[in-house]
Write a protein that binds this ligand. Structure first.
Ligand code: ADP
Ligand code: MG
Length: 321
């Protein structure tokens, strides 16, 4: 671009909250052929709330909670009086006290949801975060693990008794998390997040312009596909269960196929992916790391501004013959 074109494009963008960083960004935005959206906080509002708590049916044969065995150690089973039920309150209280140690939006939603339901959330005596998987903590409800299937398997806990509940919630686009206490799978909690109002229109406009649209997330495949369906992204274009430090690798894979990818994210877990992309775009109340790593910053939290950025770049550069 000529200095004038750059100036004009940059000024038009700035007036409407689309900030282009540096001189050649307009060209790169124009030449983008693939847009990769992060899910949480980008396609969705990023405001998680607790939606469901499921207490699993205690059984002695399937082994969810075996009240007949007493290994002599202090376990959940010991603490349960025979008349005690494995209740939703227990599941939520256990999950919430473990999650009190975490800053993750999923954790915040569980703690807030428990408090709103009148449950006292006691601080764990020890806590460990397992990034991209969940948490482990010593709580007044025993040794509690909250997280995904892989985390449970790593703990030697079979997640399959919760499969029906997990799959039902995931089909609803919710993030379902398994809860175990003292080695027993006791229940499931689920958080959900609203899809941004602007998401559907942004995706359909990008597709109409001939761009490929992908979604990237650490969340599980079923939840990811349910959210993708709501915003018009094809199931085949979903990259799920991507660990935080692998998001940049996914962008590099896409680009190694010769694509010029714009990554759109809020900077939570995805700053390296923003930096790897042909164009990194930070959205909304993007974190400082995101703005730092990005080539384009969208000041408003409106996904249609992704399309606007492309339109501005095309409009400005088409003046140059
Ligand atoms: P995202 O890409 O949506 O930000 P993360 O990479 O942070 O997701 O986490 C991936 C998955 O790991 C979550 O969908 C959830 O199943 C599990 N997980 C992560 N953190 C927690 C937590 N604090 N409690 C329970 N589960 C968690
Ligand atoms: Mg994230």
């Amino acid at each position: 671009a000529t200095p004038t074109a750059t100036m004009v494009g940059t000024a038009i963008g700035a007036r409407t909250g689309v900030l282009f960083k540096g001189g050649d960004v307009l060209e790169r935005v124009r030449d983008t052929d693939t847009v990769v959206f992060d899910k949480t906080g980008t396609l969705t509002e990023g405001k998680m709330h607790l939606t469901d708590v499921v207490a699993l049916e205690p059984t002695t044969d399937g082994g969810v909670v075996d009240r007949t065995t007493d290994g002599g150690t202090e376990t959940l089973v010991d603490e349960l009086e025979p008349e005690d039920e494995l209740t939703e309150e227990f599941v939520l209280a256990a999950a919430a006290s473990a999650e009190r140690g975490s800053e993750h939006p999923l954790a915040r939603a569980i703690v807030d949801g428990a408090r709103e339901r009148g449950i006292e959330v006691v601080e764990p005596s020890s806590f460990e975060n397992v990034p991209g998987h969940g948490v482990r903590a010593k709580t007044s409800h025993g040794e509690v693990v909250v997280g995904n299937r892989k985390l449970m398997r790593d703990e030697g806990i079979d997640p399959t008794p919760a499969s029906d509940a997990m799959e039902r919630l995931e089909h609803e686009g919710k993030t379902a998390m398994l809860v175990a206490a003292d080695g027993y799978l006791v229940g499931v909690v689920a958080d959900a997040d609203e899809v941004k109002e602007s998401a559907g229109e942004a995706v359909s406009d990008l597709k109409a312009r001939g761009l490929d649209v992908l979604m990237l997330t650490g969340d599980n495949e079923r939840t990811a596909e349910a959210v993708a369906e709501r915003v018009g992204i094809d199931p085949g274009s979903v990259r799920a269960e991507v660990l935080p430090d692998q998001k940049a690798d996914v962008i590099e894979d896409v680009q190694s196929e010769g694509k010029r990818a714009m990554m759109v994210g809020d900077g939570v877990n995805d700053a390296p992916a923003l930096a790897s992309a042909y164009v990194g775009t930070a959205i909304g109340s993007g974190t400082d790391v995101a703005i730092e790593a990005a080539d384009v910053t969208l000041m408003r939290d409106d996904l249609r501004d992704v399309v606007k950025a492309i339109r501005i770049s095309e409009g400005t550069l088409s003046k140059i013959k």
